[in-house]
Write a protein that binds this ligand. Structure first.
Ligand code: CDP
Length: 226
């Protein structure tokens, strides 16, 4: 292959996309693009600015520019800035998680992010994860993976990630939250969550983290040189 490959990893919430894509990129010496973090950064900024959620569908690209979110390349991927702050763990607060799928359904928002995501991929050697990386943003990717896992397992993983107790009630409540966000992501008109036609589905329900990374690494290694 004349340039380094572009790999996309899409899937529903809690399927392990971001952590898998990050580790995959590390092992391959590629950069990582966590596209969900971009939607989260815009959501965070809008909440900070106090713009009511029911007005988000009318946001214009000028208003999005005014939020001063910058996507800057760095050796391992991209750095997201909000004004002069570099965004980090605040992108995963409950308020951001609850509201992000409202914002990601807005076509103007998806258009605004499209070019920024493609710029991050310039030169190949990238693992991009999200909901529409293979279907919309990078239709020519060299390898497209769609991760799935059963709902209860995804809920357990999310609780473990946040070091919370895995009681039956907590698993059920988390499963409901994931299901609701998946529903909004699947049913939206623009770039809904679905596998690209040429995506390889990997079910991670009974795989541990290393196994799921190895499974995708093997698919990358199988790419035919051209
Ligand atoms: O990590 P988790 O799967 O919970 O979410 P994420 O990847 O950080 O994405 C957060 C939200 O952003 C998703 O629920 C989608 O609504 C939206 N998103 C999207 O619409 N398209 C993408 N390519 C990535 C994320």
């Amino acid at each position: 292959m004349s340039r380094r490959p572009l790999v996309t990893v899409d899937g529903p919430a809690g399927s392990g996309k971001s952590s898998t894509a990050k580790e995959l990129a590390r092992r391959l010496g590629f950069r990582h693009l966590d596209s969900g973090a971009l939607y989260r950064a815009l959501t965070y900024a809008l909440l900070e600015e106090g713009l009511p959620v029911d007005g988000w569908p009318e946001l214009s690209s000028r208003e999005l520019d005014a939020l001063e979110i910058q996507v800057e390349p760095e050796p391992e991927g991209v750095r997201i800035r909000y004004g002069d702050r570099v965004m980090g763990p605040e992108l995963r607060t409950a308020a951001v998680t609850e509201n992000v799928s409202h914002l990601s359904a807005v076509p103007a928002v998806r258009r605004w992010l499209l070019q920024r995501q493609r710029e991050a991929a310039r030169g190949g050697g990238l693992v991009a994860d999200g909901r529409d990386m293979g279907s919309v943003v990078f239709p020519d990717a060299d390898l497209k993976v769609f991760l799935v896992a059963n709902l209860e397992e995804r809920a357990r993983r999310r609780l473990r990630e946040r070091a919370e107790k895995e009681s039956p009630e907590a698993v059920e409540a988390e499963a409901l939250r994931l299901e609701e966000r998946d529903r909004r992501d699947r049913e939206r008109e623009t770039a809904p969550l679905r596998p690209a036609e040429d995506a390889v589905e990997v079910d991670t329900t009974s795989l541990d983290f290393d196994e799921q990374v190895d499974r995708i690494l093997a698919l990358v290694e199988d790419l035919t040189p051209s």
